[in-house]
Design a protein. Structure first.
Length: 200
């Protein structure tokens, strides 16, 4: 249901100068937007996070910090699925804090999305700050949203705690670049912009 709506919402792409680093969250459907080369800005997304143990192979990883705790962020998969790309990642506590890190709004876009109907606002504890950047096409691809405006990404992250032995799994569905694009840069809040990440 949500995925079907999301597929319809992310099918198009928009143009225009996106010099505002916060991105435009007034639109109900984030899609591809023009982005100045080299500039990465947050996007919007949502999905349920599941905690699980064990080491997961990564295709890219980096260090970040949130609320006094350092963590390792790993991209485990970036897979094309029709008009969308699904990003899977894990976050694992490294040091600081109280031997764990509450994920909460660490990877959010910092804005509260107004939802249609009686749903009010989307909480800030969602994985909606990631974006795909195509430096060659100068486009930014944002997280998909349902028809209500709710993102198709991990949510309720205030109840997710990453520890050294228990990483938190994250997922976001984003608009896909053209099929000729096989590598993109991936912007992750509080971490960095990963370059040349392959799309499988």
């Amino acid at each position: 249901m949500a995925l079907a709506a999301a597929l319809l919402l992310v099918a198009g792409c928009g143009g225009g100068d996106d010099s505002d680093s916060g991105g435009d969250t007034s639109a109900s459907t984030p899609t591809a937007t023009a982005t100045p080369e080299g500039e990465a800005t947050p996007a919007a997304t949502e999905t349920a996070a599941a905690e699980g143990g064990g080491e997961t192979a990564s295709i890219a990883e980096g260090q970040g910090s949130h609320d006094g705790a350092r963590f390792t962020f790993r991209i485990t998969e970036l897979k094309r699925s029709g008009p969308t790309v699904v990003l899977n990642a894990t976050v694992e506590w490294a040091e600081g804090g109280d031997d764990s890190m509450q994920v909460s709004s660490a990877f959010g876009d910092g804005q509260f999305q107004t939802l249609e109907g009686d749903e009010g606002q989307e909480s800030g504890d969602v994985f909606d700050g990631v974006a795909l950047i195509d430096p060659e096409g100068r486009k930014k691809y944002l997280v998909a949203r349902e028809s209500t405006g709710r993102c198709v990404c991990s949510n309720d992250l205030s109840s997710s705690f990453a520890s050294e032995d228990t990483p938190v799994n994250l997922e976001a569905t984003l608009a896909a670049p053209p099929e000729t694009v096989t590598q993109v840069n991936v912007f992750v809040p509080r971490v960095k912009t990963f370059t040349d990440v392959p799309i499988s």
